[in-house]
Ligand binder design. Structure first.
Ligand SMILES: Nc1ncnc2c1ncn2[C@@H]1O[C@H](COP(=O)(O)OP(=O)(O)OP(=O)(O)O)[C@@H](O)[C@H]1O
Ligand SMILES: [Mg+2]
Length: 469
């Protein structure tokens, strides 16, 4: 029997834990002299304007800045040594949340140690209930999903081939699997022109997929127009967000998910005074409450481009492996992503709610995306490669480093009557259009074989092996 009635229930109860942490923190701050006594002997202490929980994991204590004891400043309350001391007193990590005021975050259930899987597929059947939930990654305690209504805008960084596009695809797959074009609209800017070609033609696209700076600029113009239209609509119903508007107006406006891959490159190409960039900054600061969510990805986290944009606006951050601690800081606000394992693609640090989680991103294959898109009735149908086309791709990969060099291919296949230099050139142009080859980086550079073309080749080679055995 416990000495105190109710103790056994209380110990595992996060509400009790957060109340207890709140009490200990206030007591510790008082002991540190961060309070004063009034003439009548009354003690003025630091008080909270809100004490709450995020799931069972975090307690949030919002300090009441209106009623701070005299001479007590936010600086003193949020200093590193103060936080250390509070951590010791509470016995659980106490951190500061980056908000306009001061909120202590008490980590009630720290991440358990243990291994993360190196590879994990996306199982859409495990989708938790909730509006617009998207998969973030597999954590040590299970799959982590969040609602786009809570994440608001998302920034994703990571070096080349670290898993950014795959993550974006897993997000899109989860949304498209559940929501019709009346419920979710997509605006996609893909400067590389190879990552999202599978989606071309699906009914969810609000605008066609933009690749050039000019088209990207037009997409942001359209979004600005839509945001302003929604601003007027929402005002008519005193609605502060999409859910409130949809409930009150009896009309369902779709959530608009704007995916911009390689955002730094396109911003630099357009220029930091361009309409594209100024639109982007306005959208980042205002569009969220109108149901327009930005999801920005970059392999080149340049502070000069991102700083103005992200300051306070892109609250959810995901960093795959990056080259330097500075890059990690630009994306996450803290170093650490430079130490993620290089050999595990899709490994990330995610800043969600209050904490930093190490997760393994879900792997979605091109074949899964193509199947989904075909089910949606639109999009690119997986083309079949002719045997000669398979041979050309295989040669480019084996001998030309993945470059689809027309001259060299023509020479290598000079005696092959199935093709000719002219046919190879036509094929290269068509495949570039279809997104199976990259656009040449400059006039004399070759087009490159994309991962989509490779997986087409792979699937066909395996299929023909199976049928011949
Ligand atoms: N979550 C994951 N699990 C396992 N493998 C992954 C994962 N994410 C990516 N990969 C592998 O890494 C490859 C590169 O991933 P992806 O194209 O998403 O990288 P990226 O960061 O978009 O690269 P880039 O900057 O060049 O566009 C994928 O083709 C896939 O084989
Ligand atoms: Mg990519």
């Amino acid at each position: 029997m416990s000495k105190y009635p109710g103790e056994q229930n209380a110990l595992g109860d996060p509400r009790w834990e957060v109340a207890e942490a709140a009490r200990r923190i206030r007591q510790a701050l008082t002991k540190m002299g961060l309070c004063y006594e009034t003439k009548d002997g009354h003690l003025v202490e630091v008080s909270y304007s809100r004490v709450g929980l995020v799931g069972h994991e975090y307690g949030l204590l919002e300090v009441d800045l209106q009623r701070l004891p005299r001479k007590v400043t936010v600086n003193k309350l949020a200093r590193r040594d103060t936080l250390h001391h509070l951590t010791a007193v509470v016995g659980k990590p106490v951190k500061k949340l980056n908000t306009t005021g001061l909120t202590y975050c008490v980590v009630l259930r720290p991440e358990p140690k243990g291994r993360l899987p190196k590879r994990v597929g996306l199982d859409l059947d495990t989708r938790p209930p909730g509006e617009y939930v998207i998969p973030i990654g597999q954590g040590r305690k299970g799959a982590v999903w969040r609602s786009l209504l809570d994440t608001s805008h998302i920034l994703i960084g990571g070096e080349s081939r670290s898993g950014k596009s795959t993550w974006l695809n897993s997000m899109l797959a989860a949304l498209l699997n559940v929501y019709s074009a009346d419920e979710v609209r997509l605006a996609i800017i893909d400067p590389k022109g190879v990552e999202f070609t599978a989606y071309a033609g699906i009914p969810h696209l609000a605008t066609s997929i933009a690749e050039e700076p000019k088209q990207a600029s037009e997409v942001t113009d359209w979004l600005m127009g839509e945001m302003n239209r929604r601003r007027r609509l929402f005002a008519g119903y005193f609605a502060k967000n999409l859910v409130a508007y949809n409930n009150r107006a009896g009309e369902r406006l779709p959530l608009i998910v704007t995916v911009i891959d390689e955002v730094t490159d396109i911003a630099l190409q357009c220029g930091l005074r361009s309409r594209f960039y100024t639109n982007l900054i306005r959208l980042a600061s205002k569009a969220g409450s109108f149901g327009i969510i930005l999801v920005l990805a970059t392999q080149n986290p340049k502070a000069e481009v991102l700083n103005t944009l992200i300051r306070g606006n892109l609250s959810t951050r995901i960093a795959f492996r990056v080259a330097t601690p500075t890059h990690s800081r630009t994306i996450l606000g803290t170093k650490g992503a430079e130490r993620l394992p290089r050999d595990i693609r899709g490994r990330m640090l995610a800043r969600l709610d209050a904490d930093l989680l190490e997760l393994q991103g879900f792997l979605v294959s091109d074949a899964e995306i193509l199947a989904l898109v075909q089910r949606l009735g639109g999009g690119a149908v997986a083309p079949r490669l002719e045997p000669i086309e398979c041979d050309l791709v295989a040669y480019a990969v084996e001998h030309l480093d993945g470059g689809f060099k027309i001259g060299e291919l023509a020479r290598a296949f000079a005696d092959d009557e199935r093709t000719s230099a002219w046919r190879i050139r036509k094929l290269a142009e068509r495949w570039e259009q279809e997104g199976l080859l990259t656009k040449p980086a400059h006039a004399t550079a070759p087009r490159k074989v994309t991962s989509r073309l490779l997986s087409l080749l792979d699937s066909q080679v395996t299929a023909s092996k199976q049928s011949s055995s």
